[in-house]
Ligand binder design. Structure first.
Ligand code: AMP
Ligand code: TRP
Length: 346
């Protein structure tokens, strides 16, 4: 059976990368299969979160899920810390996954930076908790941005090792091997100021990102001031035979292809369509059109988020209901895992 699981951290304002790389795909997928969308507060505290901000930030992600079009009756929306199966299964996975696997994780290296010794132990074992999130529901498909591919591979390896160690193989295994779903032209949205860095909540400059809560003027201004290069926009001849953008081409003009990719994703168009449309134009003509499109697509979502922000009780009710439904699925899976390990249970 197909089951979708994904998560977003409640660590601050959401941006266009979160929307195009992840949340927008959640909306479409809920029609294909049972879908569970988590707000991963346990993951958030792997780096310091102000306690008074964690609740509002959690509601903010819930508001974005709802405003984007996730239906809380059909899909499950909840915050991770409410369902204890995540932390319990994560402990078992800490004992299955190997230190060598963790040492290869590029996100830890990026986030810990030069101060590795000062990073929390949680930041280091973060991928085991992410594997637990997914596998506690025996989820088969995980929509994420490009940056999470390696963590998904870690979850697959963990599921596979658990199945071999405790059940002698995948055929009788407790866990399915989850597949990533990485979609479209904007699976990796880059900073508006530096096309080699991804758009991120943690960038100190707000001009690098478009927040889902930005108003029309702010969106237009950020696009107008986005970094570009002096050349004209390229045509579809830069694409390969299958219509994809080769990596070396993207890297040759990172800011240019980032803006074109954002346009393609927002307009639901292929690279070919977008390149045909803008071939030979300058950024002076292209940017206002991109700004108009972004305002048109993001504006209504921003308004709905504002409405929901004024109704926290409604969000809290949805999260509590989601947690009950999530726990009902996760508890029997956790029990199965505990039995496989050999723990004495009731
Ligand atoms: P996070 O905010 O790190 O919890 O990310 C939530 C989701 O958004 C994950 O699926 C990420 O892969 C995705 N995401 C974050 N930043 C970007 C980006 N710049 N481009 C595309 N997807 C992103
Ligand atoms: N690590 C993901 C991120 O930073 C968030 C996340 C936590 C997640 N658990 C997950 C994503 C499970 C997909 C599935 O973006």
């Amino acid at each position: 059976m197909k089951r979708i699981f994904s998560g977003v951290q409640p660590t601050g304002a959401l941006h266009l990368g979160n929307y195009l790389g992840a949340i927008r795909n959640f909306v479409d997928l809920q029609h294909e299969a049972e879908a569970i969308y988590c707000i991963v507060d346990l993951h958030a505290i792997t780096v310091w979160q102000e306690p008074s901000a964690l609740g509002p930030n959690t509601r903010e992600v819930a508001a974005a899920y709802l405003a984007a079009g996730i239906d809380p009756k059909k899909s499950i929306i909840f915050n991770q810390s409410r369902v204890s199966a995540h932390a319990e299964l994560a402990w078992i996975f800490n004992c299955v996954a190997r230190i060598g696997w963790l040492n290869r994780m590029t996100q830890f290296k990026e986030k810990a930076g030069k101060h590795r010794e000062q990073a929390s132990a949680g930041l280091y074992i973060y991928p085991a908790l992410m594997a637990a999130d997914i596998l506690a529901y025996k989820a088969t498909h995980v929509p994420v941005g490009d940056d999470q591919k390696q963590h998904l591979e870690f979850a697959r390896n963990t599921a596979q090792k658990f199945n071999y160690d405790y059940r002698g193989g995948d055929e009788n295994g407790v866990f399915p091997l989850p597949e990533p779903i990485i979609m479209g032209a904007a699976a990796r949205v880059m900073s508006l100021r530096d096309g080699s860095k991804k758009m991120s909540k943690s960038d100190t400059s707000d001009m690098t990102r478009i927040n889902l809560s930005d108003d029309r003027d702010t969106i237009a201004d950020k696009i107008k001031r986005a970094r570009t290069d002096p050349d004209m926009l390229p045509g579809p001849d830069v694409l390969d035979e299958s219509g994809d953008l080769p990596e070396h081409t993207r890297k040759s003009r990172p800011e240019c292809f980032n803006l074109l990719g954002i346009y393609a994703a927002l307009a639901n168009e292929s690279w070919r369509e977008v390149l045909q449309r803008f071939e030979g134009q300058g950024f002076g003509g292209f940017k206002p059109q991109l700004a108009e499109l972004a305002v048109e697509k993001l504006g209504p979502m921003g308004q709905e988020m504002t409405r929901l922000r004024n109704d926290p009780a409604e969000i809290d009710r949805i999260l509590a209901d989601g947690a009950d439904r999530a726990a009902e699925i996760a508890q029997p899976v956790l029990k199965e895992a505990k039995q496989a390990v050999g723990f004495l249970l009731d």
